[in-house]
Unconditional design. Structure first.
Length: 275
């Protein structure tokens, strides 16, 4: 058996908005004797690294949502025995978090246009929240069943969550070095409403610009406006922004109800198949 085929390869595939960045920056780098691949410049060379590393265990970590299947199809023909880790968050909570990030980045369309449960014409479509399909994709492409994990478990008992992943991989890590502070700050409803008001006057969107210099200049400008607004909103009275929520709770309840059976499938799958 070749050195490449003998490697134990683990692949954390997201999803995004399930503390992926936290795991990538605060936890996975602490795993001992592991070739760790997550930053874009390393991920772009992933197959070269897999071939060249002398480490017996490799951990890859990237966030995939709408690119999930296309990315995994790149690996399956060469490495069908990869062990996939995937973290889920109940659909209503997950899509709300996706929308808040989209909103923070300067896009101000209503939630029902971002995720259109009725006509399925949103930026995220119904199939993007069909989590059982993600699981079945992994089963179709790889020889091993995915390890299904949950964002709520990480929030409830983070150290147990990290121990579980390390135990499956058979690796050690120094628990005293784990920083339990969140990696990305969550912003309040009031702060996001303030950003919405400013965005009607000044664009703070992260538009794609081909020139690296102009892109960085635009990024500096938009970040300055964005974070100044978010900070200033802390001292502005709530009444300035009205009582209407960014997301109608009824819309989130509709999402929860629509995917109730799918979420039940995911929970049962984890109970029956996780190591």
């Amino acid at each position: 058996m070749s050195q490449t085929l003998a490697k134990q390869i683990y692949f954390h595939v997201g999803l995004s908005k399930t503390a992926s960045t936290y795991l990538q920056e605060r936890v996975f780098p602490l795993f001992e004797n592991v070739e760790y691949i997550h930053r874009m410049y390393r991920y772009n060379k992933v197959f070269d690294i897999l071939t060249g590393t002398d480490k017996e265990k490799v951990l890859i970590s990237r966030e995939f949502d709408q690119q999930f299947e296309s990315e995994l199809k790149r690996f399956a023909p060469k490495y069908p025995d990869i062990q996939i880790f995937i973290v889920f968050r109940r659909q209503d909570s997950w899509i709300a978090s996706q929308y808040r990030r989209f909103f923070k980045n300067g896009h101000t369309i209503p939630f029902t246009e971002f995720f259109d449960l009725k006509n399925d014409k949103g930026i995220f479509t119904k199939k993007d929240l069909d989590f059982s399909a993600y699981i079945k994709t992994v089963e179709k492409l790889f020889n091993k069943k995915p390890v299904v994990l949950f964002y709520d478990d990480l929030r409830k008992d983070p150290m147990a969550f990290f121990d579980y992943i390390a135990g499956i991989m058979g690796v050690k890590y120094d628990k005293t070095k784990v920083n339990l502070k969140s990696k990305h700050k969550s912003y309040s409803e009031k702060q996001l409403k303030a950003l919405k008001a400013v965005s009607k006057i000044i664009s703070v969107r992260k538009d794609n610009i081909k020139s690296p210099f102009l892109y960085q200049l635009k990024r500096f400008y938009t970040n300055m406006i964005r974070y100044s607004t978010l900070y200033a909103a802390k001292i502005i009275p709530e009444s300035w922004f009205g009582s209407e929520p960014l997301i109608d709770p009824k819309d989130l309840e509709a999402v929860k109800d629509y995917y109730a059976e799918d979420w039940k499938y995911v929970l049962e799958y984890a109970r029956e198949n996780n190591p």
